[in-house]
Design a binder for this molecule. Structure first.
Ligand code: NAP
Length: 438
């Protein structure tokens, strides 16, 4: 394709997850000549599809085929293994591209804000999920699962994912892409009791019915709910939507017997973390009983200690602050006006609006940002990808292209055990050497 530098709008999208791909797709779907480089610090594309979506939820990962189609176009390029801050600065990218879009997600765990949360054995869901999903940052996390009891904090779908992955047997995970290092630990663990702890009640819980229902269909683990923590049954007739469906599952769990299966998953409501107990490592968590008033969680002053050797707070995420990018400390996102941070600098996805919604929620987000960019920015004859390639060459950096990634993917598929879709690599150097054929 001939490139007229004057007419080409050069866009660098930072982050190759769903928000980045939907933005690239929308930017290049119209008449205007727009070229997009999707830059990621990892040698692998697809962000949370690869490192966040649960390894036993393979059908959700099929959406990556759509991103792959975006990458087949001449006007979209994946530039993996190139890290903003380490290999290139934001200022350099802004000099090369008309627009830089941050689509970097929300990779940091929100703190619980209670005493003891720095103890060994407290592992936020970002790290824990990254570990069992082969994220290179967490491959060496090595959580100690020689514990009888685990407390998973939060009533969202991430809490449900974490509890389910800990509870499923090796056979139940055989068709997943669970990291081998995690499978080795989880399937030989001493875990007998897993607690999912909500600070509010069942009506306020954020998990969705399909995900909740899966907890009541585990091979080796029985899901238990204390029926006295559920609203009276006559409330059910007034419920609608997800809350109604969740209640059906919760009432069924309340009828389960604790000795029905070898391990137990307890869903407890109205318990808020007060302190994590332990000296060198965790041995329990102090929980205060709560009530819900006007939708808010209010402490009753009554507390108890729940013994637990591992605590996984699944209470949401924050974006990572970036030099020279204004940051909203309260919300944990980049300060922005409907995605605009400053002239030529935009954000999209979780780093724009916070860590909520499904993968599909990123589509309207990407479409909206693309429309805003095309309306607000005109091409200024910048060097674009030619300039980036020159810097890469000059600095001796090894980038991973989409074709290179396909080699990594093929090697993962080849290495998979029978029934599993892939055996994911977690080591960046190993992936880069597969990509460059060495
Ligand atoms: P989430 O849905 O926002 O749930 C966070 C949970 O943490 C809430 O129950 C919240 O309680 C609780 N929490 C927050 N701060 C707390 C504190 N200090 N102490 C105790 N509890 C606290 O977040 P998520 O589970 O991380 O999920 C993020 C997004 O990804 C969600 O939109 C989710 O649906 C989506 N997701 C979807 C799937 C799927 O579709 N299969 C899987 C995983 C994630 P309050 O409500 O009281 O604040």
């Amino acid at each position: 394709m001939a490139e007229d530098k004057q007419a080409t709008l050069w866009v660098a999208v930072i982050g190759a997850g769903p928000a980045g791909y939907y933005t690239a797709e929308a930017l290049t779907s119209g008449e205007q000549d727009v070229r997009v480089d999707i830059i990621d610090r990892l040698p692998t594309p697809f962000g949370l599809i690869r490192a966040g979506v649960a390894p036993d939820h393979q059908s959700i990962k099929n959406v990556s085929r759509r991103y792959e189609a975006t990458n087949q176009r001449d006007d979209v390029r994946f530039v993996g293994n190139l890290s903003l801050g380490r290999d290139i600065t934001l200022k350099e990218l802004q000099d090369l591209y008309d627009v830089v879009v941050l689509a970097t997600g929300a990779a940091k765990d929100r703190p619980l804000g209670v005493e003891g949360e720095d103890l060994n054995g407290v592992i936020g869901s970002g790290a824990f999920v990254g570990w069992y999903n082969s994220h290179p940052d967490y491959k060496d996390l090595d959580p100690d699962l020689r514990v009888a009891s685990v407390a998973v904090i939060g009533n969202g779908n991430v809490a449900v994912d974490v509890a389910r992955i800990l509870a499923k047997t090796a056979e139940e995970m055989a068709s997943s892409d669970l990291a081998q290092h995690a499978a080795d630990e989880i399937h030989s663990s001493a875990i007998k009791d897993i607690y999912i702890l909500g600070r509010r009640g069942s009506l306020e819980a954020a998990f969705t019915p399909k995900e909740l229902g899966e907890l009541n269909a585990l091979e080796n683990c029985v899901a238990l709910v204390d029926g006295t923590q559920l609203p009276p049954e006559d409330v059910d007739a007034e419920l609608t939507g997800a809350t109604k469906k969740n209640m059906v599952h919760l009432r069924a769990m309340a009828k389960n017997s604790a000795d029905a299966k070898p391990t137990r998953l307890h869903i407890q409501f109205y318990r808020r973390p007060m302190a994590i107990i332990g000296e060198d490592c965790v041995c329990g968590i102090r929980l205060e009983e709560t009530v819900v008033e006007d939708g808010k969680c209010v402490g009753t002053g009554k507390s108890e200690v729940l013994p637990a050797g591992l605590i996984v707070p699944c209470i949401g995420y924050r974006s990572s602050p970036l030099e020279d990018v204004p940051y909203d400390e309260w919300r944990g996102v980049y300060q922005n006006e409907e995605g605009l941070i400053s002239d030529g600098l935009y954000c999209v996805g979780w780093c724009r609006r916070g860590p909520t919604g499904t993968i599909g929620t990123n589509k309207p987000d990407g479409v909206g940002i693309a429309a805003k960019i095309l309306e607000e920015v005109t091409a200024a004859g910048k060097a674009g990808r030619h300039g980036l390639d020159a810097i890469v060459e000059e600095r001796g950096l090894t980038i991973v292209t989409f074709q290179d990634w396909k080699k990594i993917e093929a090697a993962e598929v080849e290495a998979a055990a029978d029934g599993a879709p892939r055996a994911k690599f977690a080591d960046v150097d190993e992936m880069v050497s597969i990509a460059d054929g060495s």
